[in-house]
Design a protein around this ligand. Structure first.
Ligand SMILES: Cc1cc2nc3c(=O)[nH]c(=O)nc-3n(C[C@H](O)[C@H](O)[C@H](O)COP(=O)(O)O)c2cc1C
Length: 384
């Protein structure tokens, strides 16, 4: 049985359904960008401006979209990006996404701003990766790294593109704050969305109690709903490459930096022993005007020819995946569509969304004339 509405034929179709289901502040939080939304729109526009150059009459009957990334085999060249507060969109959304990703053989990255304890997510889906926002003080960084390692994670993604909180004007307008402040408006909005009220909020409160930021630090942090408490934003503005060098020494597993857009930073990351990068502008949610990652990718690939590169921000279609792989990405990540799928259909919804994209990738590989992701190179893309 389909977990998503019948009219969802592709990942872009999820938006309207999620907007109808989620309370306005939560929809604004997930869907929105920063300031004027320039990067948010540019991410999609950049993919649309790139054209594919198919190669024909090649035997594509035995094709496979499987990839090897950081020594591991994945069934698809895409995965689920880390998203904070996902469990406000759908009941236990982090677990839903983690389990669906594990079953489909694709990467899932648990956000450090999530509301389900990392230990629980790892126990349910041990192929999950963990994403951290670094706390400002070295002893807190160390305590967090030790907890992540103890939980069992072998992949640590450090997001470096938010040294200070972004200017989310749309959230102020929509009445969203972190933590969410209970108000009459929020209550009325929730009442107009009974599917979310019962399926997400009441279920969460009844079965799990008040959700908290569980994974920002070594210990539990602020509650997700509160009139007074402030989340610990951890004062990260002084962090620099020396902190990263210390992290590299302490963290025994794969170290991945997320948010890189410049070839110089890519090279510095490689010099500091980073294993892989996520080329990302945070889905247009940090610096408005930041370059769409798909445009940053060719120069970064040239700067670090052998480094595993993931890319996110604006990927929605199988053809976007093909364009990114052709221009040098080893894999891509998607954020919002999987959050919507979890909100609409839980684990089964996420599994269906993964299948929708996998079907597109499988078909598009044939249409561009590539039997394997490795066959793709820049000659498949015409850049304007
Ligand atoms: C609701 C939401 C929450 C996010 N939270 C985080 C986070 O906690 N950590 C992080 O590194 N990136 C976070 N991101 C950014 C995503 O990891 C990813 O870079 C972005 O969503 C990709 O763009 P897309 O949504 O267009 O696919 C968040 C994105 C969304 C939509």
């Amino acid at each position: 049985m389909a977990a998503l509405p019948d009219t969802v034929l592709n990942l872009l179709d999820l938006d309207a359904h999620a907007e109808a289901k989620l309370p306005r502040p939560i929809w604004a939080y997930v869907s929105g960008g920063v300031e004027d939304g320039v990067s948010l729109r540019a991410n999609r526009a950049a993919f649309e401006r790139l054209h594919l150059v198919p190669r024909l009459l090649r035997d594509v009957s035995q094709r496979s979209a499987a990839i090897t990334l950081l020594g591991q085999r994945f069934a698809q060249p895409f995965g689920i990006a880390p998203m904070g507060l996902a469990a406000l969109s759908g009941f236990e959304a982090d677990l839903a996404m983690a389990r669906a990703a594990q079953a489909a053989g694709v990467p899932f990255i648990l956000s450090g701003s999530s509301l389900v304890p990392m230990e629980e997510v790892f126990a349910a889906a041990p192929s999950s990766w963990f994403q951290a926002y670094l706390p400002g003080q070295p002893e807190r960084i160390n305590a967090l790294l030790d907890r992540v390692a103890r939980a069992g994670f072998r992949h640590l993604v450090i997001t470096v593109d938010l040294p200070v909180p972004a200017n989310r004007e749309n959230l102020t307008r929509a009445g969203f704050s972190i933590p969410l402040k209970p108000s009459l408006d929020l209550a009325l909005d929730g009442l107009r969305r009974p599917g979310w009220l019962v399926g997400t909020l009441l279920q969460t409160l009844l079965r799990r109690g008040m959700p908290h930021f569980e994974n920002l630090l070594a210990e539990r942090n602020a509650p997700a709903f509160s009139r007074h408490v402030e989340r610990d934003f951890a004062n990260r503005e002084h962090l620099n490459w020396t902190h990263l060098a210390a992290i590299r020494e302490r963290w025994p597993g794969q170290l991945i930096l997320k948010g890189i857009l410049s070839p110089q930073d890519a090279r510095l990351a490689q010099e500091h022993g980073v294993d892989a990068l996520v080329v990302s502008n945070h889905g247009g949610r940090q610096l408005d005007g930041a370059l769409p990652p798909i445009l940053a990718l060719p120069a970064i690939r040239k700067a670090v020819p052998d480094m595993p590169l993931l890319l996110d921000s604006g990927v929605r279609r199988g053809t976007d995946v093909i364009k990114a792989l052709a221009l040098g990405a080893d894999a891509v990540l998607l954020g919002r569509p999987f959050n919507y799928a979890a909100a609409l259909g839980g684990q089964a919804g996420v599994a269906q969304a993964i299948r929708l994209l996998a079907d597109e990738v499988h078909r598009d590989l044939a249409l561009v004339g590539a039997a394997r992701c490795d066959d793709l190179d820049p000659s498949y893309v015409q850049q304007p």
